[in-house]
Design a protein around this ligand. Structure first.
Ligand code: SAH
Length: 253
C-alpha cells in the first residue's frame, strides 16, 4: 500500500512519467491534468488513478534507472547502459568494499551501494562542497546513505582505505591518480575508469602500463533502443552515440 512520504512513479499509456514524493494535502500539476496526492495514498502499487483530464496514470515504485534519470543532477553522470557493464566487470558483489571517485551527483555511488548490499561499503570521494551536499541529499532520497561513506576530499592526497575489492574513477584526469588507486586496491582487485575522449584513454594507458596492472582493457558500449511497435519494429531515429570509454585493469602485487 502506498503511504505518505513514498516516492511514486506515475506512468501514462502514452509514456508520460512523473516522479512524485507524496505529502498529504498537496496537488501535483502536469500537462495532462492535475492529481491530488491524497488520491494516491492508500492505493496499491500497480494500481492507477485518473488526472483531472481523465488520463490514466499507473502507480509504480521507482527503480534505480528511474531514480537516476529523475534525480537532481548538476554534473555529467555515468549512464545506466554503462553502469551495468562496469558493475559486472568490476565484479562488485554483496559484502564488497569499494571506492568511488569523484561522486558528482552520485549515480555511480548509488549503483555500487546497491551491488555491495547491506554488508558492503562504498567509500566515495568528492572534492567540491556543492556536489558533496547534492550527493548527500540524493543518497538520503534513495535510502542508500548508510552504505556510502562520503568524503569531501581531493583524491590527489590518496585514499584512506586499503585492500578494497574494486575502485572506480570518474574524474577528468584519472591518470594522475593511478598510483594511489593501486595502493588502495587488494591484490587482484579491479580498477574501472570512465573518460569521454580518446586522448584521455591514451593518457590513462600510458600510465597503466608502467604500474603493476594486468588485464588492461578498453571498451565502448553502443546501445540502440527500438520502437516497440509489433508491425513496424525498427530502431528509434536517433541514438545516444557516445557516453564514455571504459578502461579496466587488475592489480598485481
Ligand atoms: N560518477 C559520477 C559523476 C562524476 S562527475 C556519477 O555517476 O554521477 C566528476 C566529479 O569528480 C565531479 O563532481 C568533480 O568535482 C569530481 N572530481 C574531479 N577531480 C577530483 C579529485 N581530484 N578529487 C575528488 N573529486 C574530484
Amino acid at each position: 500500500m502506498i503511504k505518505e512520504g513514498d516516492r511514486v512513479l506515475l506512468v501514462s499509456e502514452e509514456g508520460d512519467e512523473f516522479l512524485v514524493k507524496l505529502q498529504k494535502g498537496l496537488k501535483y500539476v502536469t500537462h495532462i491534468g492535475t492529481i491530488m496526492h491524497d488520491e494516491i495514498i492508500g492505493k496499491p502499487y500497480g494500481g492507477s488513478i485518473e488526472t483531472s483530464r481523465g488520463i490514466r496514470l499507473f502507480l509504480l515504485q521507482p527503480g534505480i534507472v528511474d531514480d537516476i534519470y529523475n534525480m537532481k543532477r548538476r554534473t555529467q553522470i555515468v549512464y545506466p547502459k554503462d553502469i551495468g557493464f562496469i558493475i559486472l566487470m568490476l565484479d562488485v558483489k554483496e559484502g564488497d568494499r569499494v571506492i568511488d571517485a569523484g561522486v558528482g551527483s552520485g549515480a555511480m555511488s548509488y549503483a555500487l551501494a546497491r551491488a555491495v548490499g547491506v554488508n558492503g561499503k562504498v567509500y566515495a570521494y568528492e572534492r567540491r562542497q556543492d556536489f558533496y551536499s547534492l550527493a548527500i541529499k540524493n543518497f538520503k532520497n534513495w535510502g542508500v546513505e548508510e552504505r556510502i561513506e562520503l568524503k569531501l576530499r581531493d583524491i590527489s592526497d590518496g585514499f584512506d582505505e586499503r585492500n578494497v575489492d574494486a575502485l572506480f574513477l570518474d574524474v577528468p584526469t584519472p591518470w594522475e591518480y593511478l598510483a594511489q588507486a593501486w595502493q588502495a586496491l587488494k591484490g587482484g582487485g579491479r580498477l574501472g575508469i570512465v573518460v569521454p575522449t580518446t586522448n584521455q584513454v591514451q593518457e590513462v594507458l600510458k600510465v597503466l602500463y608502467d604500474l603493476p596492472f594486468i588485464r588492461i582493457e578498453v571498451w565502448e558500449n553502443l546501445f540502440r533502443p527500438y520502437k516497440p511497435v509489433p508491425d513496424r519494429l525498427r530502431p528509434v531515429d536517433r541514438m545516444v552515440a557516445h557516453t564514455a570509454f571504459m578502461i579496466f585493469a587488475t592489480k598485481f602485487c
